[in-house]
Every structure is written in structure tokens, then in C-alpha cells.
Design a binder for this molecule. Structure first.
Ligand code: PEP
Ligand code: MG
Length: 324
């Protein structure tokens, strides 16, 4: 599929209205890295660090992780890689950690909640990232932040690790960007102060959608009832984008929906300027983005919403197929 889009691989995803959308890839394993040059991605918008923990049968050592992260940064050749700290719990259970018997693991002790309650692993991982950067710029984001104080506490752990590295005489990154994943509706309604203190936000659409509609993302039966292009969901995303704009903070969308061309058009039309997706989706998304006027797409979305449609899918699909 990537060969089909080879002719546009090095061209920007500039829509007919002149807006350029930054297209990044999601990754997590070393095997994903060759896709960085071949897909045309501008960087790695989401590096799921838990995959490295899930494929092992014991907790990786700091030195091992740091060597691995350094290889990821080397392979990126200066392109931005956003490392997401460990997102375990929920559907991702480490074979070497005591299983937690929780009735609702997706809403349970997972991601940054584990990181803050048992900071040892988070600290080790942050230190591994700092060492891997070896002075180079570093981008880190925390998963599943549900309220402002969680972000503040996680960032304090990072600051602490930076201090420790300085005391040890190790080089620290020339620039560290610290972001949060917005995956719960609560964070969309956080105080303005939250949007002002993050360096960037990334919308985890898979989880955000699951919690917005209260529909388990693993359960086909309920998941399929709710369209990503549902007007209410798009309104939530639009609000998040506007709050980020107001605070002057970059925002990206990194759920699976970013890789679906029609969804990608709508996300860009309501204001997202950065999307992160599986590498194979970059070609098809770029191909379509380069053929549409996002201002027109936005009009179609607004009209559909004002008409009271449940989802804008039909209007957008018709507009793409027949125009006007
Ligand atoms: C998401 O929730 O959209 C996301 C990108 O994270 P994950 O799919 O790894 O939960
Ligand atoms: Mg998620």
C-alpha cells in the first residue's frame, strides 16, 4: 500500500485551503522504526513504551531501556519522537506483575495512576529516557491523565529525575517538552491553568471515545453503536482544540481514528493540525487531505450539526463523493 502513495511521500499534507496537517506515526517496537522514512511520517507522535515491557517476561533494566530508547532516537534522525510513559493496566497486563483483580480494569488502576502510586518504575523509565537523550531534546507524555494534579505530580517526578541526573553529572536534554494525553472527558474540562502548564496535549481518541459514550472499546457490540463522527463527540474535540488554541498549546490526535481518511478530514476540519496514526495510514490520509478544502468540510460539518444529525458521516461522505 505504501508504494501506491510513494509519489506523495515527501510532499506535505497541504489541503486545498492551504492548511498543512502534520502527519506522524504511532510506534512501540523497534520493528516499527523502518516505517519512519518509508511512510512519509514527520515524526513519531506516539511511542507506546509499554509494548517493550509486554514482550518481556521480566521487568526490563534501566540500562536496557535506555539503550533501546537511544536506538529509537538515533533511528528518528532528529525527527520528533513523543515517548508516552508506561500505560499498563486495563487490557495491558504485565506477565511479571501481580495481577490486579479489578471489576473494571479500563477504569481501574492503570497508566499514570500506577505511575504515581508506585513511582519506582516511572522514575526508572524517566531516567532511562533522560540518559537515552544524552543531551538531545526530549518529548515525554503521560497517559490517562484525568485531572490537573496528576499531571503536576508526574511532571514533578520528571523534574526530580532531571535534578538527580545533574547531580550525577550526566548530560540532561537541552529541551524537554512535557505533555499529557487527554483520554478522559474530565480533562477536557480542566481549569485553564492546566492548558497553560502543559507543553502539548495529545488526544487519545480510543479511550476518550470509550469514556465519552461509556462504551467499552473492546466490545464490538456496544462500540459500533457510536460513530466517531457523532456530532457530540466532534463538539467535545472541537472544544479541546479551542482551549488549546486559547492557551497557545499544540494539540494532536493519536487514536486509531486519525488513520481513517474520512475521520482525519473531519478532525482537521474542526481544527486539529497534527495527527498520529499507524504508518500504513499516512499515505491514504495524505492523499485525501491534499484534495479537499478544509473550510468547506467545516461548513458541511457545521450544517449537519445544525440540522440535528446524529453523525456528520453521511453529509461528509456525500460531499466527498459528489461535492457541494
Ligand atoms: C488512545 O487511547 O487513543 C491511545 C492512543 O492510547 P491506547 O490506544 O494505547 O490506549
Ligand atoms: Mg489510551
Amino acid at each position: 500500500a505504501q508504494e501506491r502513495y510513494a509519489s506523495i511521500r515527501d510532499l506535505p499534507a497541504t489541503a486545498l485551503c492551504g492548511n498543512t496537517i502534520n502527519l506522524n506515526m504511532n510506534a512501540g517496537l523497534m520493528a516499527d522504526l523502518p516505517s519512519l522514512p518509508s511512510s512519509g511520517a514527520e515524526g513519531v507522535g506516539l511511542f507506546r513504551t509499554e509494548l517493550q515491557f509486554l514482550i518481556r517476561n521480566q521487568m526490563p533494566k534501566r540500562a536496557e531501556l535506555s539503550a533501546l530508547y537511544a536506538r529509537v532516537m538515533d533511528a528518528a534522525k532528529g525527527k520528533r519522537v513523543v515517548f508516552r510513559t508506561l500505560d499498563i493496566g486495563s487490557d495491558k497486563v504485565l506477565p511479571y506483575m501481580k495481577p490486579n483483580d479489578e471489576p473494571n480494569p479500563a477504569m481501574g488502576w492503570r497508566a499514570i495512576r500506577v505511575g504515581l502510586d508506585k513511582p519506582g518504575v516511572l522514575q526508572m523509565q524517566l531516567q532511562a529516557l533522560l540518559r537515552a537523550a544524552n543531551g538531545r531534546p526530549l518529548s515525554v507524555m503521560f497517559p490517562f491523565v484525568a485531572q490537573m494534579t496528576e499531571f503536576q505530580e508526574a511532571r514533578a517526578e520528571l523534574d526530580k529525575m532531571v535534578e538527580r541526573e545533574i547531580i550525577l553529572g550526566h548530560p540532561v536534554p537541552e529541551k524537554i517538552e512535557v505533555g499529557a494525553m487527554l483520554e478522559t472527558p474530565s480533562l477536557a474540562f480542566a481549569p485553564d491553568a492546566f492548558f497553560e502548564q502543559v507543553d502539548f496535549l495529545s488526544i487519545g481518541g480510543n479511550d476518550l471515545k470509550q469514556f465519552f459514550f461509556a462504551a467499552d472499546r473492546e466490545n464490538e457490540r456496544v462500540r459500533r453503536r457510536y460513530d466517531t463522527l457523532n456530532c457530540s463527540f466532534l463538539s467535545l474535540i472541537e472544544m479541546i482544540v479551542q482551549r488549546c488554541e486559547k492557551a497557545g498549546k499544540p494539540v494532536s490526535f493519536c487514536g486509531e481514528d486519525a488513520g481513517r481518511p474520512i475521520e482525519a478530514i473531519c478532525l482537521a476540519a474542526i481544527g486539529l493540525r497534527s495527527l498520529s496514526m499507524r504508518p500504513a495510514s499516512i499515505g491514504p490520509v495524505k492523499h485525501l487531505l491534499r484534495r479537499v478544502n478544509l473550510n468547506d468540510a467545516k461548513d458541511v460539518i457545521y450544517e449537519s450539526r445544525e440540522r440535528g444529525d446524529q453523525s456528520v458521516r453521511e453529509s461528509i461522505t456525500n460531499w466527498l463523493a459528489y461535492g457541494g
